[in-house]
Write a protein that binds this ligand. Structure first.
Ligand code: NAG
Length: 308
């Protein structure tokens, strides 16, 4: 009797152990390891070969939010992971960070081709959207807490993501970019530089900028991402005029009167910065004396995204 129960205990123990091993094994296979930057290669269709890196916090929320954090030219996923505060903030708030990586030499983003400027057009924006969709399914993420941000070329791409995939994102923060469509290439060249736009000479009306953004996901009538636009007054890479053109674009999309913002707050969020609020969907933050790029304001982002 004793022998039998001992035997039974052993068998049960072995079974539970192997079941646990199986579970851990499959969990490892589907979940990139938490607490470090990991590459994901099987996130779905990726015709332009954009790299996907992900930071899953050790302290993962049960229905986590997602922040897509997009690097600048010459940057990489790993550089933006190290230089930006999002991974640290992810541990604090439990969200996941996706760091896409540009496939081009010089590592700017394609914000110029027809493909990338079109919803499901097969360009870089399409690949990044597929990363988000994969992550939502994989981690049972909260679809109302998906955000996008980036610096410089990554800021241009943030505007493009908000225009091409408005249904995917609740809000965006743009650190020193240009309006969606401003880097448009007349010869449909991917990853093209556009000096006219960079130098602040692509100037048009809120209605025209809005029409350009809206044409990127034609027929879409749903909610739009809330937009927070930072720019520095002495930016010589993407001239400060791009601040005004970008806020015109989103004022147009949100139906705000660009010329009549709700309010302007001096010295906000810090000295020499002015915050202009058009409504819940649009804030512009103009930084006097700041060049390219405006430093990431991690705590401000947490508030804008609703984590803090
Ligand atoms: C640069 O972008 C503007 C729109 O911002 C466009 O009108 C112009 O054709 C583009 N230039 C090139 C060389 O494609």
């Amino acid at each position: 009797m004793l022998l039998l129960s001992l035997l039974l205990t052993c068998v049960l123990y072995a079974l539970s152990c192997s079941a646990r091993a199986l579970l851990v094994g499959s969990r490892d296979a589907v979940y990139p390891r938490a607490g470090s930057l990991q590459q994901v290669t099987n996130f779905g269709s990726n015709p332009t070969n954009v790299g996907m890196y992900i930071y899953v916090p050790t302290n993962l929320a049960s229905k986590p939010g997602i922040i897509v954090a997009i690097h600048y030219c010459t940057g990489t996923a790993s550089a933006y992971y190290s230089d930006s505060p999002y991974a640290t903030l992810a541990e604090q708030y439990g969200f996941i960070v996706i760091y896409p990586q540009s496939p081009y030499s010089g590592t700017c983003w394609d914000v110029s081709s027809q493909a990338t400027l079109t919803h499901n057009g097969g360009g870089n924006s399409n690949s990044i959207a597929n990363m988000v969709t994969w992550t939502i399914a994989q981690y049972n993420a909260d679809t109302s807490k998906v955000f996008v941000t980036g610096s410089s070329s990554g800021a241009m791409m943030t505007n493009v993501m908000a225009a091409t995939y408005p249904a995917l994102f609740n809000a965006a923060t743009v650190y020193s970019g240009v309006p969606a469509g401003c880097f448009y290439s007349a010869t449909n060249t991917p990853d093209a530089w556009n000096s006219t736009c960079a130098q602040g000479q692509s100037i048009t009306t809120p209605a025209h900028w809005a029409a350009i953004a809206e044409a990127m996901d034609p027929g879409y009538r749903g909610a739009r991402p809330r937009m927070q636009i930072y720019h520095g007054s002495v930016d010589t890479t993407l001239y400060p005029q791009n601040y005004y053109e970008t806020v015109k674009q989103w004022a147009g999309v949100w139906g705000y009167d660009y010329d009549a913002p709700q309010k302007t707050e001096a010295s906000t969020p810090e000295a020499n910065y002015v915050t202009t609020i058009w409504g819940k969907g649009l804030q512009g933050i103009y930084a006097t004396g700041v060049g390219h790029t405006v430093p990431i304001h991690g705590e401000g982002d947490m508030e804008w995204f609703g984590f803090a």
